[in-house]
Design a protein around this ligand. Structure first.
Ligand code: NAD
Ligand code: GLY
Length: 369
């Protein structure tokens, strides 16, 4: 079944289409997005090999001429070097501001292409065709675009909304199981932060979603995108409520920074462990019940995601170093730590000025040193 979510942002509103087989119908699905009947499709080598020709063929069948730009896969591509390479290749195609770029890939390609589109000739439109579960439920919607620097992830970027998002559920069939689990972490995040009913359904359907059973998958992606769209429409540039989408991310980024961004710990895995830590910290502070923290932890673990620091590596993490990373997070203000914590499953809130001593005690209780 094809479902559509509207992202209501006034003149920058757009639709997210979700369903099976949408890539094969890309020509008709995306025709209105390409007034000049041409686009440059940016992708990575994995996605190009699996879906590139099919996507270009579908665009051609709809009368849209597409040039393919293939970049190396991996987080390293989301860098100044990757941006320079992509910008040069877009310039070589002589695209101008009336043209539209297309991102075909996961969050790496979407974030990089979106940022290149935001600054190419001072801004050009782009379309997102997300091919990972994480990109479908999170990164392709909401207009956050960025690259990483050696000092941290997503530190250089812009808000630049896509013209349209096309999430083909069948394309996930080629995604490795580990990447599927990473996307699932972001799905369970929506239940944990704001929809207890959705969380309960995920408790029952985690296996079905991860097995890509059509109805369970379609519902999970649709509900996730609906929640993201609703939050983004209310707070596009993260002045308030949008920060809830960072549940688990501040703990997660600190774990990623300590593990190195070399694939040992994937972003979604870090978010899984980070959400479990955020719930257990909320319980330690007396904000939510121990039962809720245990239930959140169990739901994350049931998807095969890490929930404890010891699941990530046997050597203990340093509490001091983790706290230092958390103080450098984009959400931190003047070095003071901001975390998304919870009063219950489905009721998260932004906690500013978290006391470092309480955080340190908690991390040590969680086996940091
Ligand atoms: P990714 O783009 O690196 O994709 C993961 C791997 O899957 C890559 O090797 C890729 O080549 C491969 N792949 C993609 N689609 C495939 C398919 N259909 N079949 C087989 N292989 C496929 O990673 P990701 O998890 O999609 O995204 C992570 C990135 O997203 C991070 O850089 C993170 O910072 C960013 N992110 C951004 C936002 C946002 O709001 N902009 C939100 C969450 C995450
Ligand atoms: N992924 C967090 C956000 O889009 O705000």
């Amino acid at each position: 079944m094809r479902r559509v979510v509207d992202v209501g942002l006034g003149p920058r509103s757009y639709q997210v289409a979700i369903g099976p087989g949408l890539i094969d119908r890309a020509g008709e699905e995306l025709a209105a997005a390409y007034p000049r009947r041409r686009t440059a499709v940016v992708t990575d080598a994995h996605v190009a090999a699996l879906h590139g020709e099919r996507f270009i063929g579908a665009l051609k069948a709809g009368g849209i001429d597409a040039s393919l730009i293939v970049l190396p896969p991996g987080e390293e591509t989301k860098s100044f070097e990757g941006l320079a390479d992509l910008s040069d290749r877009l310039l070589a195609l002589a695209l101008d501001r009336g043209d539209v770029i297309t991102a075909l890939g996961g969050g790496v390609i979407g974030d990089l292409t979106g940022f290149a589109a935001a600054i190419y000739k001072r801004g050009i439109d782009f379309v997102q065709v997300p091919t990972t579960l994480l990109a479908q439920v999170d990164s392709s919607v909401g207009g956050k675009t960025a690259i990483d620097t050696p000092r941290g992830k997503n530190l250089i970027g812009a808000f630049h909304q896509p013209l349209r998002v096309l999430a083909d559920l069948e394309v996930l069939q080629t995604l490795p199981a580990r990447e599927l689990r990473c996307g699932y972490a972001e799905i369970v995040k929506y239940g944990l932060l704001g929809d207890f009913g959705f969380f309960e359904r995920l408790e029952r359907e985690a296996g079905a979603v991860l097995a890509l059973e059509p109805e369970a998958l379609s519902h999970a992606v649709h509900r996730s995108v609906q929640m993201k769209a609703e939050i983004v429409a209310e707070d596009e540039t993260e002045q308030g409520r949008r920060a809830l989408l960072n549940l688990g991310h501040t703990f997660g980024h600190a774990l990623e920074a300590e593990t190195g961004f070399d694939g040992a710990l994937l972003h979604g895995e870090a978010v899984g462990a980070g959400m479990a830590l955020a719930f257990r910290f909320s319980a330690a502070l007396g904000l939510c019940s121990g039962q809720d923290a245990a239930r959140a932890t169990a739901a994350i673990a049931a998807a095969g995601l890490p929930t404890r620091m010891a699941d990530i590596r046997p050597e203990p993490f340093s509490a001091t170093r983790l706290i230092a990373h958390m103080g450098q997070d984009k959400k931190a203000e003047g070095g003071r730590i901001t975390l998304v914590l919870a009063r219950a499953i489905g009721d998260a809130f932004v906690a500013k000025n978290v006391e470092p001593d309480k955080l340190r005690r908690f991390l040590i209780q969680e086996d940091a040193v």
